[in-house]
Design a protein around this ligand. Structure first.
Ligand code: ACM
Ligand code: ZN
Length: 429
């Protein structure tokens, strides 16, 4: 048995014997870009050099995306992969097999992921984690070959991203990532074959936005940042044109920072109670002819209007949107990817409608829930109970036809941090 998580999906052939990595590991890069060695070199404290006839030889081969074939012999290692990310995962396997100073077994491994999206979301609003702490999370993700960090950067409790054109956003919160720090985290992830998806949650969970710019809410009253969790009624006013002008300015700046093409616009837990009373929201409902039916209120349709308008804006910047499953209430923005969190039902419905889906059902994937029933000996948590066996038992395509299952891009664990104040606890959860 190999001590590898996740277990390789292809073949594993072990033979007698083992081989130690040399003090300095030489690598022949072949046609691969040098960045694919960065994380490997970091894990070996820099004892990695490129060379003509290296101990490790990288070779391009016709292998699935992110897949690799790793051949370990007494005399050296061959890595075959189609792309740099495949090489990154092969070299991750090498350091996982040598963890704690062990020699590598003589072995041939073929491995490739089942899903292209293997994510973790990290909430850096409720509690702030420094750029170095986020990089530490990325390192942990890399060890188990996760390839997407969904970065929840803003919420009611804090705005964590420097915004030069709208500086009250970060100034009002006070603890945030500078743009330089954001860039350094993105680059750190990039050379680990990892995509970062930023989330700017709208129109709910926007209290930190409204604390900075009160005119964005329906009634414009002064609002404080809040310390505690819960759902706040005071959210963005989609009745005002200024709200969309603001969002455009904001997203233009955030898109300029994040190079990958996917962008999460939230959409969850947006109470429509104030929209019901707001003359501007009601005027928008009239001018846009948004109609209630037996399943949806006119205010539900107003949220769809809001999300669709943001989607168009982001599409014009070459971005594809992701939203929480609430975006299915009303008219879904047509090209949206749905992140199913209130169980799997939203994901199933979305896949049936032909949307791409990322499965993050809370009953399997919420890593802020208790993981033991002996809660007295666990750090205080938000509630719930999701032990490891439950996580492993998730079948993200259960009850879908083969055709619908093609829309499931993958799965993701979500780590909300209302009750997670330290980087150590993040790692524990
Ligand atoms: C969520 O947990 N509100 C997406
Ligand atoms: Zn309003």
């Amino acid at each position: 048995m190999l001590n590898l998580i996740p277990a390789p999906r292809g073949s594993v052939h072990m033979q007698e014997g083992s081989v130690k990595l040399p003090e300095t590991v030489t690598v022949s890069l072949g046609d691969f870009a040098p960045w694919c060695l960065e994380a490997f070199a970091a894990r070996l404290d820099g004892h990695v050099e490129t060379a003509e006839n290296g101990f490790i030889t990288l070779k391009k081969a016709d292998i699935a995306k992110e897949g690799y074939k790793l051949t370990v012999t007494k005399d050296g290692i061959t890595v075959e992969a189609a792309d740099e990310s495949g090489a990154v995962w092969a070299l991750t396997t090498v350091t996982e097999l040598t963890a704690e100073g062990e020699a590598l077994p003589i072995v041939t491994i073929e491995d490739a992921p089942h899903y292209g999206h293997r994510g973790l979301s990290l909430d850096c609003s409720r509690h702030f984690f420094t750029a170095d702490e986020v990089k530490k999370v990325i390192d942990q993700m890399t060890r188990v070959k996760l390839n997407v960090l969904h970065w929840h950067l803003v919420d009611d409790q804090g705005w964590r991203i420097e915004c030069k054109t709208l500086p009250l956003l970060h100034e009002t919160t006070g603890t945030y990532y500078t743009q330089e720090e954001i860039r350094s985290v993105i680059e750190y992830a990039r050379v680990r074959g990892m995509e970062i998806i930023p989330e700017i949650d709208m129109p709910g969970h926007t209290r930190s936005m409204i604390a900075a710019y009160p005119h964005l809410s329906c009634f414009g009253e002064k609002t404080e940042l809040c310390q505690f969790g819960g759902i706040f009624e005071k959210i963005l006013c989609p009745g005002k044109d200024e709200t969309f002008e603001f969002i455009e300015k904001l997203l233009t700046e955030v898109c300029a920072l994040f190079p990958d093409d996917r962008f999460h616009i939230g959409g969850d837990e947006a109470p429509r109670t104030r929209w019901e009373k707001c003359p501007k929201c009601q005027a928008r409902i009239r001018t846009e002819k948004l109609k209630a039916d037996k399943n949806h209120t006119a205010e539900d349709r107003l949220q769809s209007y809001c999300m669709t308008r943001i989607e168009k804006l982001l599409n014009s910047k070459g971005r594809q949107i992701i939203g929480w499953d609430e975006i299915l209430e009303g008219d879904v923005a047509p090209n949206a990817t749905v992140m199913s969190w209130r169980g799997s039902a939203g994901g199933i419905k979305a896949a049936q409608l032909g949307h791409d889906v990322i499965m993050t059902p809370n009953d399997y994937c919420y890593f802020d829930y208790y993981q033991s029933e002996d809660t007295r000996h666990e750090p205080f948590a938000i509630g719930g109970f999701v032990p490891l066996e439950k996580v492993y038992s998730l079948n993200p395509t259960a009850s879908l036809t083969e055709e619908q299952a093609k829309h499931i891009l993958g799965t993701q664990a979500n780590l909300w941090t209302e009750y997670i104040p330290t980087s150590e606890q993040v790692e524990y959860m």
